[in-house]
Design a protein around this ligand. Structure first.
Ligand code: HDD
Length: 728
């Protein structure tokens, strides 16, 4: 692992607390932060890009470049007198501030982005002519992860689908892959999108609950509109509460069409496979984090990239023959409520994406990035999936409101890294100074420029697909199966995962007020699985109904389960509980050993500051909570200071002989309950014994060296799976 030291770690530079008094050089903008370079009719840049930086020069100025000597006091008639209307600087500063907010995204409002690079291995170049798939081709990318339902300030760890949108700045223009962390969608036809979102968003009268599906309107819709049942069971599974953006799969969901150099076509589904594996929170952790650290996922992504633990994903494709019926093994490839099991069509890796740069400015990049399913490049095309068709309209349209005009592709983060010569002119927020007099075709006055490209010059060529049929508002018969793949998902889960699904349904439906909605959803669950239905019904105190539909029994797909494998542990967080008067040599040793293996140890001590031996407390007993860590290592558990305001452990009669700070007890007990690995050595081992913590997933030893390797092995399995079911 490379990169900057962990903030607060020994050796890192302390930040200066004073505002510098001498002017210093402004860092240069990143290349993609330049304003669009206006193109001349011949395609040559016509303006000096160096004048386009966001901030230039040393001194504070007005928006029109006039230097300012005071920005702290408004212009007044005397120090206690009224403020003067002639203070242009005041008016301009406040006017701009008043208009800083733009409408949040109508869905996926809450998110975080990062820069990176996609490197193709060339495997897809056999079936797609897209330059982005050339062997060893490197393409800059910007990715934005998001929740769907919550507003911009909502918590990261709510139970929801996650967006996974990638903008590839290819040498042939931008390609956007606007996917989710769930491979299927709630609806088959995009015309239903406002319905499902209105149902999922907070109730219109009270505007609650925020960012969650545990309410009547959501389950009213899902239980009536049963094609949503497949997506809903994914939401109720651990996939609905990811541990991190870094540990999520991504899916293009729709079937796309790849086009080779000869015009030959192949149908494909796209998958992002995280190199760190697919991991989730447990529900209690997710709920706690909503209060303790609502920015958990955003922070995790940012910190991992800052620490040099760059997250990466393999991009893979499932391929299918482009047959006229667009079916594969009985699965309709145009139905986005269906997936194709990996056991039937293996995912073939075609490249790897690594996120290696945080945004410089959240608003400019993560907020203003505008994705669009219609942003395709030669060699990648869509299909007639009615969900995709509606999206192609919606994503263009929504930017007009959100980014206030048609020139949003000129915003630096959206700008292609290739020449733009589009004949679009004027409009709100036009940034380019277009030359020429003939933004139309054909023309003679600009010498016929710009010219049409042929296929050999990289033009996007539409696939000449045959279309026919009467105009109808109907679905094909294959869209009528709403339950078989929800059952496929349920039967592919391990018992632990099934238990989590049952608990999630019982929680969500338990939050509904309307009895008929709960009963109707139980009828849908009966059509998925009798045992699932009975267990949820038990939790709700209702009778389990019988199934009402028949379908062929699906073959389970083990690839859908998250349990059973081991994964790299890069940047997994290990809390180390330290007694400043204890074995600091041992602490330094385990800290180094964990860093050497690429994990991120965080020292937790009774108080902040230097602990001795070059060690610095990064968390205190007051600021640390278990949910931040993937595992806990107890090196010491100092008793509370005599004047501590916290309550003493009453188990020990409140006497000063208590060996373990109760806040350490809470840390350990929560980690244990959430089936995380726990280790203790020396004084820490005694603390674990006093707390009665032992069994599977708990390792102890005399020294740190005795426990580190076992701890890392446990973390590589993500959870101590066998402990689930034995805890409350
Ligand atoms: Fe959508 C945003 C993913 C169906 C309409 N969608 C949005 C984002 C993601 C998705 C990841 C956030 C992009 C960002 O970070 O800026 N959406 C999906 C997936 C879908 C899907 C995987 C189904 C397979 N979406 C869908 C439909 C419609 C929309 C059917 C409308 C007909 N989606 C939008 C939108 C958004 C959006 C309203 C809000 C902000 C934006 O587009 O730019 O237009």
């Amino acid at each position: 692992m490379t990169g900057k030291p962990v903030p607060g770690a020994p050796g890192s530079e302390p930040p200066s607390l004073e505002e510098p008094t001498e002017p210093r050089e402004v860092p240069p903008p990143k290349p993609d932060q330049q304003q669009p370079t206006p193109m001349s009719p011949t395609g040559a840049p016509s303006a000096d890009p160096s004048t386009a930086a966001a901030q230039q020069g040393t001194y504070l100025t007005t928006a029109t470049g006039v230097r300012i000597g005071d920005s702290d006091h408004s212009l007044k008639a005397g120090p206690r007198g009224p403020t003067l209307l002639s203070d242009h600087h005041l008016r301009e500063k406040i006017m701009h501030f008043d208009h800083e907010r733009i409408p949040e995204r109508v869905v996926h409002a809450r998110g975080a982005g990062a820069h990176g690079v996609f490197v193709s291995n060339g495997a897809a170049s056999r079936i797609s002519r897209a330059a982005v798939f050339g062997k060893d081709e490197e393409t800059p990318v910007f990715v934005r992860f998001s929740t769907v339902l919550g507003s911009r300030g909502s918590a990261d760890t709510v139970r929801d689908t996650r967006g996974f949108a990638t903008k590839f700045y290819t040498s042939e223009g931008n390609w956007d892959l606007v996917g989710n962390n769930i491979p299927v969608f709630f609806i088959q036809d995009g015309i239903k999108f406002p319905d499902v979102i209105h149902a999922g968003k907070p109730h219109p009268d009270r505007e609650i609950p925020q960012a969650q599906s545990a309410h009547d309107t959501f389950w009213d819709f899902v239980s009536l509109h049963t094609e949503a049942q497949h997506h809903a069971i994914w939401n109720m599974s651990d996939r609905g509460i990811p541990r991190s953006y870094r540990t999520m799969e991504g899916f293009g969901v729709h079937t796309f069409r790849f086009v080779d150099a000869d015009g030959g076509t192949t149908l494909v589904k796209l998958h992002w496979k995280p190199r760190l594996g697919v991991h989730s929170l447990v529900w209690e952790e997710a709920q706690m984090l909503g209060g303790l650290d609502p920015d958990f996922h955003r922070r995790d992504l940012y910190d991992a990239i800052e620490s040099g633990a760059f997250p990466s994903w393999d991009l893979g494709i499932q391929t299918f023959p482009d047959t006229p019926d667009q079916m594969f093994e009985g699965i309709d490839l145009l139905d986005s409520t269906k997936l194709v099991p990996e056991e039937l069509a293996p995912v073939q890796v075609i490249g790897t994406m690594t996120l290696n740069g945080n945004p410089t400015n959240f608003f400019a990049e993560s907020e203003q990035v505008a994705f669009h399913t219609g942003h395709l490049v030669p060699g990648i095309d869509g299909t007639d999936d009615p969900l995709l068709m509606a999206r192609n309209f919606s994503y263009l349209d929504t930017q007009l409101t959100r980014l206030a005009g048609p020139n949003f592709n000129q915003i630096p983060i959206n700008r292609p890294h290739t020449a733009v010569n589009d004949n679009h002119r004027d409009g709100f927020h036009q940034q380019a100074v277009h030359g020429g007099v003939a933004p139309y075709k054909p023309n003679t006055l600009d010498a016929g420029c710009p010219f049409f490209a042929g296929a050999d010059e990289g033009a996007f060529v539409d696939v000449p697909v045959e279309v026919q049929g009467a105009k109808v508002r109907e679905n094909p018969a294959s869209y009528d199966d709403h339950f078989s793949q929800a059952r496929l998902f349920w039967t592919s889960m391990t018992p632990v995962e099934q238990e989590h699904i049952v608990n999630a349904y019982a929680f969500e439906l338990g939050k509904c007020y309307e009895q008929p909605i709960k009963e109707r959803q139980l009828r849908a669950l009966a059509n998925i699985d009798a045992d699932l239905c009975a267990r949820v019904a038990l939790g709700l105190g209702l009778a389990a109904p019988d199934r009402t539909v028949e379908y062929d029994e699906p073959v389970p797909s083990p690839a859908l389960s998250q349990v059973g494998e081991t994964w790299p542990t890069d940047a997994r967080m290990i809390g180390i509980v330290v007694d400043p008067d204890g074995d600091l040599d041992g602490v330094a040793e385990v800290r180094e050993a964990l860093l050497a293996q690429g994990l991120l140890p965080l020292l937790i001590a009774p108080r902040g500051g230097e602990l001795g031996n070059g060690l610095v407390a990064q968390r205190t007993f007051a600021t640390a909570r278990s949910v931040e860590y993937d595992a806990l290592l107890v090196a010491g558990a100092a008793p509370p200071a005599p004047d501590a305001i916290i309550a003493r452990d009453t188990k020990a009669g409140g006497s000063a002989t208590v060996a373990t700070d109760p806040r350490v007890g809470l840390l350990v007990e929560e980690c244990f309950r959430h089936s995380k690995a726990i280790a203790g050595f020396g004084e820490g081992r005694a603390a674990l014994e006093e707390l009665g913590i032992g069994g599977a997933g708990v390792v102890t030893g005399d020294s740190g060296g005795d426990v580190v390797d076992d701890l890392v092995t446990l973390v590589s399995a993500h959870r101590v799976w066998e402990r689930f079911g034995t805890t409350v």
